[in-house]
Design a protein around this ligand. Structure first.
Ligand code: HT7
Ligand code: ZN
Length: 858
């Protein structure tokens, strides 16, 4: 497959002001007639032939200005049509087969309904079209089909006419806002809706619907409330008002990602719509609020202003992730949300940035765009814009985004357009800052603090590591929030922002008779790794006293990570190990006892660093040793703090179920208590978990208890796993949890369990949620996936090969877990590499998997 390069961008030779689509709907066969008005683009090079992208389509008829055309040719699936005049009408008819569309791109069948997914290049699987984001067109769509099978017919924009005849009916929709083809959507099925409305800031009433299958309606309240909160928040915080009279959401159970922001008709994975306390966890509730917000916010950051080309993906995704993060911060606990977002970044993006698939947030080339919907483009993209906000301050940042929305409304824009608008609107100089868009790799910032007389001297250095295709890097501006604490009073004289924009720099601070304690990168003001030699007592100090909750969390993480890295690398004697564990247990004990903390924050401070984060600190990691040391630390803490943990569990268990912060926090610390106890005293933990499971009146408690039980070899385990399955059989989202719990468990036979589950009658490769619930959970389970004999690697490679012909987009997402072989100890690395080679050698590999595998082997 050819490499597509950012520098090769050229505007399309033709404009498509109007698109008319006619669908005669059927699950097996759908007939599509597309009528495009086209006109020469004066801003582009003359194009005597128009390229209409197609993927697996055959034209049944091609008419130009009403006359059958015969001079067209096919090129790699695209239809090449010579045109002589300034403007024409092109009409093309095709027939597609939704029920055999297992890729879930284009028009496909799911549970008897029809729906579409067009981003990034799915529209070309529906009809021939210039399927690129810089071709904006106004759509009018007519669809007809059997009334009984498809009583609901939905599309973008407003419904302008309906009619029926015999068993069939039809609807016509018009979307007044010009849009790229990737935002087109159509849904037809037997659906019911929760209805509501929202009155916008200018007083317009918008009809809101959340469409689901009959029986799911009573699980849509949270989605609807989240939507209304999103609409209000975007008006208040970014000044953005909704621009149609109708906003529809449809939930489908077969979906490649979380959701899709099609204009006026968002299509969602059921996972991000359906919730009630009996079947959804607190994390599920938060996920729904975040994703509903994210897709809604795209209406401005993505739809009204879209991307010129797919290299600009972070323009809409990075910005929209930042917007959804700020929204969730405002809806709940801001510090806890910030900690969660940083944890996701470190778990998913840092490893990407230090591995073979590293790429800048604005990539320079790709073979398959689906492979670039990454944590780098999304989450690091959000961090980069967040840094601009930190440097400008909230008010000036808002002036920048206002200017961006004004200046580029209705356009297909670039990341450069965004940066210029922030520069002009917020009054920032971002010349050097643009490097964040072009350089991959997580900067390493070295920090040391010296003290003499009354002066503290801070020395900072930065290195941006080499990444594939980018060996030499330049220093970038890194905004670091910091505070210097007086040891005696536990106070500081105010937070400051320093911007490190050189390879090395020095900052001095006067008025310190004694050496202060440094708190740096507060709120995680820059997405970097801090490297510093800091005494354990300073970390204990910050963990207990820092007034920035993120910095407190960070100190606890550093305390545990520092110890684990030292222990794994063999540099600790028995006494040092025992002393470090005792310090950690004491710090965690203080967190349990700290009455000033709420339980949500307490839960964050008690969390152990994940195995991926620990491995990331080492050049070459031994997953077996990390796992053993981490489990041993957990057991040691569980033993020392057993009574405190049991008391915390008992205290939290007395709270009745509520959805406020106190209720959520109580549930969080209960399961954390069980996790530590399970390491130290499996029998006691098992009994407590079984009782939590049995008395649970909500999914958070039930799942948390079962997660702990699933990792234990105790008598309580099997009965609860059977009960869970029987209780929720038929509820696909909860059965997904049942698969995931077992695949991610600490049980020594997890591999055998996963093999058995792959043969379970409820398992299918055709549903991405089910595939992810078993195999993503497994690939993220270090003790099972990294089994020393390579069995875990074999299983994931087998999955990739089996899934690739069915759903390449989802198959390719499993490659990165094997692709990290260079950072793993040599024995396992060889096994991982040989599995990648086996995949690479398979015939007929999709473009998606081929690209990821070859990049991982290079
Ligand atoms: N903009 C969407 C990205 C997307 C997608 C969604 C569903 C299925 C396939 C997809 N490919 C790309 C989702 C978002 O970021 O909001
Ligand atoms: Zn998005």
């Amino acid at each position: 497959p050819p490499m597509i390069r950012r520098d090769d961008y050229r505007p399309f030779g033709w404009l498509v002001p109007e698109t008319k689509l006619d669908f005669e709907l059927g699950l097996e066969s759908t007939h599509v007639t597309a009528t495009l008005t086209v006109a020469r683009n004066a801003k582009a090079d003359p194009a005597p032939v128009i390229r209409l992208n197609g993927d697996g389509l055959e034209p049944e008829s091609v008419l130009v200005d009403g006359v059958p055309a015969t001079n067209w040719t096919m090129d790699e699936g695209d239809l090449m049509l010579p045109l002589t005049g300034e403007a024409h009408e092109i009409r093309i008819a095709t027939t597609i087969q939704p029920s055999t569309n297992s890729q879930l791109m284009g028009l496909y069948a799911s549970n008897g309904m029809l729906c579409t997914q067009c981003e990034a290049e799915g529209f070309r699987r529906i009809t021939f079209f210039p399927d690129r984001p810089d071709v904006l067109s106004t759509y009018t769509v007519r669809m007809s089909g059997p009334k009984a099978q498809f009583p609901v017919l939905l599309c973008n924009g407003n419904r302008i006419a309906v009619g029926e005849g015999g068993d069939s009916h039809w609807a016509e929709w018009h979307d007044p806002w010009p849009k790229p083809s990737y935002l087109f959507a159509l849904v037809a099925g037997d659906l019911v809706a929760r209805n509501d409305s929202f009155t916008t800031m200018s007083g317009r009433k918008v009809e809101l619907n959340v469409y689901v299958r009959e029986g799911d309606l009573d699980r849509t309240e949270h989605a609807m409330e989240s939507l209304k909160r999103s609409m209000k928040w975007d008006e208040e915080v970014f000044g953005r008002e909704y621009d149609l009279d109708l906003f529809n959401i449809v939930a489908v159970s077969d979906f490649n990602m979380g959701a899709m922001e099609n204009k006026g008709l968002n299509v969602f994975n059921t996972k991000f719509v359906l919730a009630d306390p009996e079947t959804a966890t607190d994390a599920d509730y938060d996920g729904i609020e975040g994703v509903i917000g994210h897709e809604y916010f795209h209406n401005w950051s993505g739809n009204r202003i879209t991307c010129r080309d797919w290299f600009q993906l972070s323009l809409k995704e990075g910005f929209t992730v930042l917007r959804d993060q700020l929204f969730s911060q405002d809806m709940g606990s801001a510090p806890v949300k910030r900690i969660e977002d940083v944890r996701i970044l470190r778990m998913a993006q840092f490893p990407e940035d230090s591995g073979p698939l590293a790429h800048p947030i604005r990539p320079d080339s790709y073979r398959e765009i689906n492979n670039f919907y990454t944590a780098t483009v999304y989450n690091k993209g959000a961090e980069v814009i967040r840094m601009m906000r930190t440097m400008a301050g909230e008010e000036r940042f808002r002036a920048g985004t206002d200017l961006y929305f004004d200046r580029h409304d209705g356009e297909a824009a670039t990341c450069e357009d965004f940066v210029e608008a922030i520069e002009d609107g917020a009054g920032l100089d971002l010349k050097q800052f643009r490097l964040w868009y072009s350089q991959a790799g997580t900067p390493k910032v070295s920090v040391s603090l010296e003290h003499e007389g009354n002066t503290a001297t801070l020395r900072l250095g930065q290195v941006v590591p080499s990444t594939p295709g980018q060996l030499d890097k330049q220093p970038m501006p890194i905004p670091l929030k910091l505070a210097l604490f007086d040891r005696a009073s536990g106070k500081h004289g105010g937070e400051q922002l320093v911007v490190l924009d050189k390879a090395a720099d020095t900052f001095t601070f006067d008025g310190f008779a004694e050496k202060p304690v440094l708190s740096i990168n507060r709120t995680f003001s820059a997405p970097v790794t801090i490297e510093r030699d800091v005494p354990r007592e300073d970390l204990v100090f910050l963990a207990a006293k820092d007034d920035d909750p993120f910095a407190r969390y960070e100190a606890m993480q550093e305390l545990m990570t520092g110890h684990l890295v030292a222990a794994v690398s063999g540099s600790l004697g028995d006494n040092d190990r025992a002393a470090a564990r005792a310090d950690i247990a004491r710090a965690l004990g203080a967190v349990i006892a700290d009455a000033t903390l709420d339980d949500l924050m307490r839960g964050e401070l008690l969390l152990m660093p994940g195995q991926t984060h620990i491995a990331e600190q080492m050049l070459v990691a031994d997953p077996g040793r990390i796992h053993a040391e981490r489990e041993a630390l957990k057991a040691a803490v569980g033993a020392v703090l057993a009574e405190d943990l049991v008391a915390m569990h008992a205290r939290a268990s007395t709270l009745p179920f509520t959805m406020d912060a106190a209720g959520k926090g109580a549930r969080k610390v209960k399961t954390i208590a069980l996790t530590y106890l399970a390491g130290a005293d499996p029998e006691r933990a098992s009994a407590l978990a079984a009782s939590q499971y049995d008395s649970a009146d909500n999914m958070t408690d039930r799942q948390g208890a079962l997660m702990v039980l699933a990792g234990l070899g105790t008598a309580e385990r099997t009965a609860r796993l059977i009960d869970f399955y029987n209780r929720y059989q038929g509820n696909a989202l909860v059965i997904d949890k049942w698969f995931a719990l077992q695949a991610s468990s600490l049980h020594p036979q997890a591999i055998e369990h996963v093999k058995a589950l792959a043969d379970h009658p409820d398992f299918t490769l055709r549903n991405p949620n089910r595939v992810r619930s078993l195999y993503m959970a497994f690939a993220g389970n270090p003790s099972a996936f990294h089994a020393a004999d390579g069995e875990g690697y074999r299983m994931v490679a087998d999955l990739i090969l089996a899934l690739d012909p069915i759903n390449p987009q989802t198959a390719a997402r499993f490659v990165p877990s094997l692709g990290r072989w260079r950072r793993i100890e040599p024995g396992r690395a060889a096994l991982m590499r040989s599995e990648l080679e086996r995949v690479a050698a398979a015939p007929h590999l999709s473009r998606d998997t081929f690209e990821q595998v070859t990049r991982s082997l290079d």
